[in-house]
Design a protein around this ligand. Structure first.
Ligand SMILES: CC1=C(/C=C/C(C)=C\C=C\C(C)=C\C=C\C=C(C)\C=C\C=O)C(C)(C)CCC1
Ligand SMILES: [Fe+2]
Length: 557
């Protein structure tokens, strides 16, 4: 059974639902030379490229037909079938005429190199997908981001940089010693920008991960990799929060300091590459800073979470993954929330909070008394009940081998209340009954006009149990403490992304976009009315795409 990765410029997929086209849209929807790759008989992990200079990777013919069939079903956790594709999709339903622009979604979509299969969801090489909406029409395209890590792996047919759980194997001890300097300088850390994508205030589109060097500029109209986003300052460091706060006027980022445990809060103006320090917070507990995948802001404050799941320098350098990868759980070190004034960089509150585990903050806002004085802040997050086992559940083997049992650990909308009255403690409560969303909760978005402000609605992935991964789209009403849930049996939806209707005044006036990795190897783009949370349109992909993480909206210019 042939299982080679080949390149092709022609082919016919044979699906009626997608139309590869050539031509040009008027707003950056470049209808490039699209071609449907041929179905291959076996594992179909072939990387078929429309036009690329990269050499093909050859996989050994090691996969049985049974395994192929199984992987097809689990397209969410199966490497992207082809290196790139672009074409127009047939739309069922009606895409609103006002929805004009491009939704980009990034994620780890290629989990093998040569015959070697990666272990963890977060290890995969970045696959960027674009949905370009224009006057009710929809173009889809996907491509691999050409990070140094990806290009080196393609060229040498082996892993060359340290990924989330994967580490390059050295041929011998001498090679390992020769590489030690690279280990300590961070040169061997990956630049595989597989986590998110943001549009800066100046229009540049940057794909991100947690390594600073993994900030990669792409062209949203054709998904070309344009090059590294080089920070021109001298802030140094190796890692940052994968989720900066990005608005038209600023880019706020958090840099954990692994040497002198603490966090640096920095700001970058549109049109520049220079981050300027706003302030610094020292850690209050533990040997190293807590993992900060994301952080929230209010109108006037930056909130710095100090999670008891902490970075571990030794684990960053280890040859084999530990149960918590680059991190360690230190319950004895406690959890804290710090609040920094954005204008002065001064710390206005620092409280101990109950133990927590979160990747994603949803939003935060200031609480005021009757006289309009700020008395504290509220910060909401997708909280995993202080349980780190979710990291293990996201190992590919676990995701792929689901037996039907209910194994997804419970999660909730965790609501922190951080008082400004000098109290030593903050609270952490359920923002609503987690049963409203099946006790699954992650991958959230809000109406960006409500960033840092009191808000009512959040969109996220919840659970319809039994399941091993969040499998619903859920609209959370934080005022009524209710949720509306969308579910398609056997489907894995990615982050529901809210796009406001131009001119809207209601918070939920808009649509929610998600990409669904469906059963039987299929997939589709889904558009829900954000207010009713009912489907208004869907468009089938030529083949299902792997699960992806985060996206952004690039409005029609
Ligand atoms: C963490 C470090 C690295 C890599 C991080 C990467 C590649 C991605 C992290 C993504 C996360 C935390 C996504 C969370 C998703 C949560 C889901 C889907 C939860 C569902 C459950 O209900 C580097 C880049 C290797 C560097 C070191 C640190
Ligand atoms: Fe994230």
């Amino acid at each position: 059974m042939a299982s080679s990765l080949s390149f092709s410029t022609t082919g016919n997929y044979g699906s009626r639902s997608c139309m590869p086209v050539s031509g040009h849209g008027s707003d950056g929807c470049t209808f490039g030379q699209a071609s449907f790759p041929k179905r291959s008989k076996s594992r179909e992990l072939s990387i078929v490229s429309v036009a690329t200079h990269l050499p093909a990777i050859v996989l050994p013919p090691s996969v049985s037909r049974k395994e192929v069939a199984k992987e097809r079903k689990l397209v969410a956790w199966t490497s992207v079938r082809h290196e790139r594709w672009e074409g127009e999709l047939v739309v069922e339903g009606d895409i609103p005429q006002w929805l004009n622009g491009t939704y980009l979604r990034n994620g780890p979509g290629l989990w093998h190199i040569g015959d070697y299969d990666f272990r963890h969801l977060f290890d995969g090489y970045a696959t960027i997908v674009r949905l370009c909406f224009e006057n009710g029409h929809l173009m889809m395209g996907h491509r691999q981001i050409e990070s140094d890590a990806y290009k080196a792996a393609r060229k040498s047919n082996k892993l060359c940089y340290r990924e989330f759980s994967e580490v390059p194997k050295y041929d011998n001890f001498l090679a390992y010693i020769g590489d030690l300097a690279k280990l300590f300088s961070g040169a061997s850390l990956t630049d595989n920008a597989n986590t998110g994508v943001v549009m800066l205030g100046d229009g540049r589109v940057v794909c991100l991960t947690e390594t600073i060097k993994g900030s990669i500029v792409i062209d949203p109209s054709n998904l070309d990799t344009l090059g590294k986003f080089e920070y021109s300052d001298s802030l140094g460091g190796l890692v940052h929060s994968a989720h900066p706060i990005v608005t038209d006027s600023e880019f706020l980022t958090l840099l954990p300091d692994l040497l002198n445990p603490g966090y640096v809060v920095a700001r970058m103006e549109p049109g520049t590459n220079e981050r300027k320090v706003i302030g610094r917070v020292d850690c209050r507990g533990g040997p190293s800073p807590g993992w900060v995948h994301s952080f929230p802001v209010t109108e006037h404050y930056v909130i710095v979470p100090e999670m008891p799941l902490r970075y571990c320098a030794q684990n960053l350098l280890r040859a084999e993954p530990t149960p918590l990868y680059k991190f360690e759980w230190h319950p004895e070190s406690k959890g804290y929330m710090h609040v920094m004034c954005k204008a002065s960089g001064k710390l206005v509150a620092s409280v101990e909070v109950p133990l927590f585990v979160t990747f994603h903050f949803i939003n935060a806002y200031e609480e005021k008394d009757e006289d309009g004085r700020v008395i504290g802040v509220i910060a909401d997050c997708c909280e995993h009940n202080a349980d780190t086992t979710i990291l293990d559940k996201l190992r590919l083997q676990n995701l792929r081998s689901w037996s039907g049992k209910d194994v997804l650990p419970d999660a909730r909308v965790g609501r922190f209340r951080i008082p400004f009255d000098g109290s030593p403690n903050g609270e952490l409560i359920d923002a609503l009954n987690p049963d409203e969303h099946g006790r699954g909760m992650d991958m959230c978005s809000i109406n960006p006009a409500y960033l840092g402000k009191k808000y009512r609605y959040a969109y996220a992935c919840g659970a319809q149990r039994p399941c091993n991964f969040p499998n619903t789209l859920t609209k959370i009403d934080l005022e009524e403490k209710k949720a509306k849930n969308w579910h398609d049996e056997g489907a894995v939806p990615s982050e529901p992304f809210f796009v406001a209707r131009p001119g809207a005044t209601r918070e939920d006036d808009g649509v929610v976009i998600s990409m669904i990795s469906d059963k039987n190897g299929e997939g589709y783009a889904l558009i829900l009315d954000a207010s009713t949370f009912e489907e208004i349109a869907r468009a089938k992909f030529p083949y299902g795409l792997p699960y992806g993480l985060h996206g952004c909206w690039v409005p029609k210019s």
